[in-house]
Design a protein around this ligand. Sequence first.
Ligand code: IPD
Ligand code: CA
Ligand code: CA
Length: 262
Amino acid sequence: MSETDDIFALARRLALEAGAIQRERYETALEIQTKSAAVDLVTEVDRACEALVVSAIEKERPDDAILAEEGSGRDVAGATWRWVIDPLDGTTNFAHGYPRFCVSIGVEREGEAHVGVVYDPLMGELYHAIQGRGAFRGEQAIRVSPETRLDRALLATGFAYDRRDSERDNMRNFGTMLKEARALRRDGSAALDLCYVACGRLDGYWELRLAPWDVAAGGLIVEEAGGRMSDMAGGDAHREGHTVVSSNGAIHDRMLEILEDA
Ligand code: IPD
Ligand code: CA
Ligand code: CA
Protein backbone atom coordinates (compact mmCIF):
# COMPACT_ATOMS: atom_id res chain seq x y z
CA MET A 1 0.00 0.00 0.00
CA SER A 2 1.23 3.52 -0.81
CA GLU A 3 1.36 6.25 1.83
CA THR A 4 -1.68 7.83 0.17
CA ASP A 5 -3.61 4.56 0.61
CA ASP A 6 -2.59 4.38 4.27
CA ILE A 7 -3.74 7.95 4.83
CA PHE A 8 -7.03 7.34 3.07
CA ALA A 9 -7.64 4.18 5.13
CA LEU A 10 -6.98 6.10 8.36
CA ALA A 11 -9.17 9.06 7.32
CA ARG A 12 -11.98 6.70 6.36
CA ARG A 13 -11.76 4.75 9.61
CA LEU A 14 -11.77 7.91 11.72
CA ALA A 15 -14.69 9.42 9.79
CA LEU A 16 -16.70 6.24 10.38
CA GLU A 17 -15.80 6.20 14.09
CA ALA A 18 -16.63 9.88 14.65
CA GLY A 19 -19.83 9.39 12.65
CA ALA A 20 -20.81 6.55 14.97
CA ILE A 21 -20.56 8.96 17.93
CA GLN A 22 -22.81 11.41 16.10
CA ARG A 23 -25.35 8.70 15.32
CA GLU A 24 -25.42 7.53 18.94
CA ARG A 25 -25.79 11.05 20.33
CA TYR A 26 -28.30 12.29 17.73
CA GLU A 27 -31.54 13.44 19.41
CA THR A 28 -30.13 13.01 22.91
CA ALA A 29 -29.71 15.76 25.52
CA LEU A 30 -26.64 17.84 24.64
CA GLU A 31 -24.43 20.35 26.35
CA ILE A 32 -24.51 23.34 23.96
CA GLN A 33 -22.29 26.43 24.11
CA THR A 34 -21.74 29.39 21.81
CA LYS A 35 -18.48 30.44 20.13
CA SER A 36 -17.89 33.48 17.88
CA ALA A 37 -21.55 34.63 17.95
CA ALA A 38 -24.83 33.78 19.64
CA VAL A 39 -25.78 31.65 16.63
CA ASP A 40 -22.40 29.85 16.42
CA LEU A 41 -22.84 26.68 18.48
CA VAL A 42 -20.55 23.96 19.72
CA THR A 43 -21.64 20.80 21.50
CA GLU A 44 -19.86 18.15 23.51
CA VAL A 45 -20.24 15.92 20.43
CA ASP A 46 -18.18 18.31 18.25
CA ARG A 47 -15.44 18.08 20.88
CA ALA A 48 -15.70 14.32 21.35
CA CYS A 49 -15.45 13.73 17.59
CA GLU A 50 -12.46 16.06 17.32
CA ALA A 51 -10.71 14.37 20.26
CA LEU A 52 -11.19 10.95 18.69
CA VAL A 53 -9.87 12.01 15.27
CA VAL A 54 -6.98 14.17 16.49
CA SER A 55 -5.69 11.72 19.10
CA ALA A 56 -5.63 8.88 16.54
CA ILE A 57 -3.72 11.00 14.00
CA GLU A 58 -1.24 12.10 16.68
CA LYS A 59 -0.62 8.49 17.56
CA GLU A 60 -0.45 7.03 14.06
CA ARG A 61 1.04 9.97 12.14
CA PRO A 62 3.23 11.86 14.61
CA ASP A 63 4.97 13.93 11.90
CA ASP A 64 1.81 15.32 10.34
CA ALA A 65 0.34 18.78 11.00
CA ILE A 66 -3.31 19.05 12.05
CA LEU A 67 -5.77 21.93 11.67
CA ALA A 68 -8.99 21.14 13.54
CA GLU A 69 -11.98 23.45 14.00
CA GLU A 70 -12.29 23.20 17.77
CA GLY A 71 -8.62 24.08 18.23
CA SER A 72 -6.92 20.84 19.22
CA GLY A 73 -4.68 20.64 16.14
CA ARG A 74 -0.95 21.24 16.02
CA ASP A 75 1.51 23.00 13.75
CA VAL A 76 4.49 20.98 12.59
CA ALA A 77 7.09 23.08 10.79
CA GLY A 78 7.99 21.59 7.41
CA ALA A 79 5.38 18.80 7.60
CA THR A 80 4.60 17.17 4.24
CA TRP A 81 1.07 16.25 5.30
CA ARG A 82 -1.60 18.39 6.97
CA TRP A 83 -4.95 17.07 8.16
CA VAL A 84 -7.81 19.60 8.02
CA ILE A 85 -10.73 18.47 10.15
CA ASP A 86 -14.31 19.54 10.71
CA PRO A 87 -15.33 17.06 13.40
CA LEU A 88 -19.02 17.88 13.01
CA ASP A 89 -20.13 19.98 10.06
CA GLY A 90 -23.73 21.06 10.60
CA THR A 91 -23.66 21.69 14.34
CA THR A 92 -26.81 23.82 14.33
CA ASN A 93 -28.68 21.01 12.58
CA PHE A 94 -27.28 18.46 15.00
CA ALA A 95 -28.27 20.55 18.03
CA HIS A 96 -31.83 20.85 16.71
CA GLY A 97 -32.21 17.21 15.69
CA TYR A 98 -32.31 18.17 11.99
CA PRO A 99 -30.85 15.15 10.21
CA ARG A 100 -28.13 16.72 8.10
CA PHE A 101 -24.57 16.81 9.37
CA CYS A 102 -21.31 14.97 8.79
CA VAL A 103 -17.65 14.47 9.61
CA SER A 104 -15.20 16.05 7.15
CA ILE A 105 -11.52 15.09 6.94
CA GLY A 106 -9.24 16.52 4.27
CA VAL A 107 -5.54 15.78 3.94
CA GLU A 108 -3.14 18.04 2.08
CA ARG A 109 0.23 17.02 0.71
CA GLU A 110 2.61 19.96 0.48
CA GLY A 111 -0.32 22.36 0.62
CA GLU A 112 -2.37 20.63 -2.11
CA ALA A 113 -5.64 18.81 -1.40
CA HIS A 114 -4.80 15.13 -1.72
CA VAL A 115 -7.38 13.02 0.15
CA GLY A 116 -10.92 13.95 1.20
CA VAL A 117 -13.45 11.96 3.21
CA VAL A 118 -16.94 13.14 4.22
CA TYR A 119 -19.24 10.82 6.16
CA ASP A 120 -22.97 11.34 6.71
CA PRO A 121 -23.73 8.91 9.53
CA LEU A 122 -27.54 9.00 9.30
CA MET A 123 -27.66 8.32 5.56
CA GLY A 124 -24.72 5.94 5.90
CA GLU A 125 -23.06 7.72 2.96
CA LEU A 126 -19.29 7.96 2.82
CA TYR A 127 -17.90 10.24 0.11
CA HIS A 128 -14.24 10.23 -0.77
CA ALA A 129 -11.72 11.41 -3.31
CA ILE A 130 -8.03 10.91 -3.81
CA GLN A 131 -6.25 13.38 -6.08
CA GLY A 132 -6.23 12.04 -9.65
CA ARG A 133 -8.29 8.96 -8.83
CA GLY A 134 -11.88 10.22 -9.04
CA ALA A 135 -14.64 10.67 -6.46
CA PHE A 136 -16.85 8.05 -4.86
CA ARG A 137 -19.89 7.54 -2.67
CA GLY A 138 -19.24 4.21 -1.02
CA GLU A 139 -17.82 2.05 -3.80
CA GLN A 140 -19.63 3.90 -6.55
CA ALA A 141 -17.90 6.52 -8.71
CA ILE A 142 -19.78 9.83 -8.73
CA ARG A 143 -19.99 12.64 -11.31
CA VAL A 144 -21.42 16.14 -11.27
CA SER A 145 -24.72 16.77 -13.07
CA PRO A 146 -24.84 17.53 -16.80
CA GLU A 147 -27.26 20.48 -16.32
CA THR A 148 -26.30 23.43 -18.52
CA ARG A 149 -29.07 25.88 -17.61
CA LEU A 150 -29.24 27.87 -14.43
CA ASP A 151 -33.01 28.17 -14.69
CA ARG A 152 -33.22 24.39 -14.37
CA ALA A 153 -30.57 24.15 -11.63
CA LEU A 154 -31.01 23.20 -7.98
CA LEU A 155 -28.59 25.27 -5.91
CA ALA A 156 -27.63 25.62 -2.27
CA THR A 157 -25.99 28.32 -0.22
CA GLY A 158 -25.22 29.15 3.40
CA PHE A 159 -24.89 32.14 5.71
CA ALA A 160 -21.95 32.96 7.96
CA TYR A 161 -22.26 33.17 11.74
CA ASP A 162 -21.58 36.93 11.79
CA ARG A 163 -24.65 37.60 9.65
CA ARG A 164 -26.46 39.54 12.39
CA ASP A 165 -23.66 42.13 12.45
CA SER A 166 -22.06 41.99 9.01
CA GLU A 167 -23.35 43.68 5.89
CA ARG A 168 -21.68 40.95 3.88
CA ASP A 169 -24.59 38.67 4.69
CA ASN A 170 -25.27 37.01 1.30
CA MET A 171 -28.86 38.30 1.29
CA ARG A 172 -28.69 40.08 -2.08
CA ASN A 173 -27.14 37.02 -3.74
CA PHE A 174 -29.78 34.82 -2.15
CA GLY A 175 -32.57 37.02 -3.53
CA THR A 176 -31.12 37.25 -7.02
CA MET A 177 -30.37 33.55 -7.29
CA LEU A 178 -33.83 32.67 -6.01
CA LYS A 179 -35.29 34.31 -9.11
CA GLU A 180 -32.76 32.77 -11.53
CA ALA A 181 -32.45 29.15 -10.42
CA ARG A 182 -35.11 26.44 -10.37
CA ALA A 183 -34.84 26.19 -6.59
CA LEU A 184 -32.53 27.12 -3.76
CA ARG A 185 -31.69 25.32 -0.50
CA ARG A 186 -29.97 26.29 2.75
CA ASP A 187 -29.36 22.98 4.39
CA GLY A 188 -26.66 23.73 6.96
CA SER A 189 -23.66 21.55 6.14
CA ALA A 190 -21.12 23.01 3.73
CA ALA A 191 -19.22 19.72 3.38
CA LEU A 192 -22.39 17.83 2.44
CA ASP A 193 -23.46 20.62 0.08
CA LEU A 194 -20.16 20.13 -1.75
CA CYS A 195 -20.62 16.34 -1.85
CA TYR A 196 -24.12 16.87 -3.24
CA VAL A 197 -22.66 18.99 -6.05
CA ALA A 198 -20.13 16.20 -6.65
CA CYS A 199 -22.79 13.51 -7.03
CA GLY A 200 -25.27 15.63 -9.00
CA ARG A 201 -27.96 16.09 -6.35
CA LEU A 202 -27.16 19.79 -6.50
CA ASP A 203 -25.97 21.62 -9.63
CA GLY A 204 -24.21 24.37 -7.71
CA TYR A 205 -23.47 25.87 -4.31
CA TRP A 206 -21.87 29.06 -3.04
CA GLU A 207 -21.02 30.65 0.27
CA LEU A 208 -19.15 33.85 1.18
CA ARG A 209 -17.15 32.99 4.28
CA LEU A 210 -16.16 29.40 4.82
CA ALA A 211 -13.27 28.06 6.85
CA PRO A 212 -10.58 25.70 5.51
CA TRP A 213 -12.15 22.73 7.35
CA ASP A 214 -15.50 23.29 5.61
CA VAL A 215 -13.98 22.76 2.15
CA ALA A 216 -10.77 20.73 2.58
CA ALA A 217 -12.45 17.41 1.78
CA GLY A 218 -15.55 18.49 -0.16
CA GLY A 219 -13.61 20.75 -2.54
CA LEU A 220 -11.41 17.88 -3.70
CA ILE A 221 -14.46 15.61 -4.00
CA VAL A 222 -16.16 18.17 -6.30
CA GLU A 223 -13.07 18.53 -8.50
CA GLU A 224 -12.48 14.80 -8.72
CA ALA A 225 -16.14 14.36 -9.70
CA GLY A 226 -15.54 16.68 -12.67
CA GLY A 227 -16.88 19.87 -11.07
CA ARG A 228 -15.40 23.30 -10.60
CA MET A 229 -14.40 25.21 -7.46
CA SER A 230 -13.55 28.91 -7.53
CA ASP A 231 -13.83 32.19 -5.72
CA MET A 232 -16.25 34.90 -6.93
CA ALA A 233 -13.78 36.05 -9.56
CA GLY A 234 -13.33 32.56 -10.98
CA GLY A 235 -9.89 32.13 -9.37
CA ASP A 236 -8.63 29.27 -7.21
CA ALA A 237 -10.31 29.41 -3.82
CA HIS A 238 -11.11 26.26 -1.99
CA ARG A 239 -7.77 25.50 -0.44
CA GLU A 240 -7.95 28.58 1.75
CA GLY A 241 -11.70 28.46 2.14
CA HIS A 242 -13.44 31.86 2.40
CA THR A 243 -15.63 32.56 -0.63
CA VAL A 244 -16.52 29.44 -2.55
CA VAL A 245 -18.46 28.93 -5.75
CA SER A 246 -18.86 25.26 -6.59
CA SER A 247 -20.70 23.75 -9.53
CA ASN A 248 -20.94 21.10 -12.20
CA GLY A 249 -18.77 23.38 -14.38
CA ALA A 250 -21.44 23.96 -17.02
CA ILE A 251 -23.38 26.58 -15.02
CA HIS A 252 -20.33 28.05 -13.29
CA ASP A 253 -19.76 31.16 -15.41
CA ARG A 254 -23.45 32.02 -15.25
CA MET A 255 -23.33 31.70 -11.44
CA LEU A 256 -20.28 33.99 -11.33
CA GLU A 257 -22.05 36.56 -13.52
CA ILE A 258 -24.92 36.75 -11.03
CA LEU A 259 -23.12 36.49 -7.69
CA GLU A 260 -21.52 39.47 -6.04
CA ASP A 261 -18.84 39.22 -3.44
CA ALA A 262 -21.10 41.15 -1.10
C1 IPD B 1 -21.20 25.56 9.15
C2 IPD B 1 -22.04 24.78 8.17
C3 IPD B 1 -23.01 25.70 7.47
C4 IPD B 1 -22.32 26.85 6.79
C5 IPD B 1 -21.45 27.61 7.79
C6 IPD B 1 -20.46 26.66 8.44
P1 IPD B 1 -20.36 24.15 11.32
O1 IPD B 1 -20.24 24.71 9.77
O2 IPD B 1 -21.22 24.14 7.22
O3 IPD B 1 -23.73 25.01 6.46
O4 IPD B 1 -23.28 27.71 6.25
O5 IPD B 1 -20.76 28.62 7.09
O6 IPD B 1 -19.67 27.37 9.36
O7 IPD B 1 -20.19 25.33 12.21
O8 IPD B 1 -21.66 23.49 11.46
O9 IPD B 1 -19.19 23.22 11.37
CA1 CA C 1 -18.20 23.52 9.28
CA1 CA D 1 -17.92 22.09 12.78
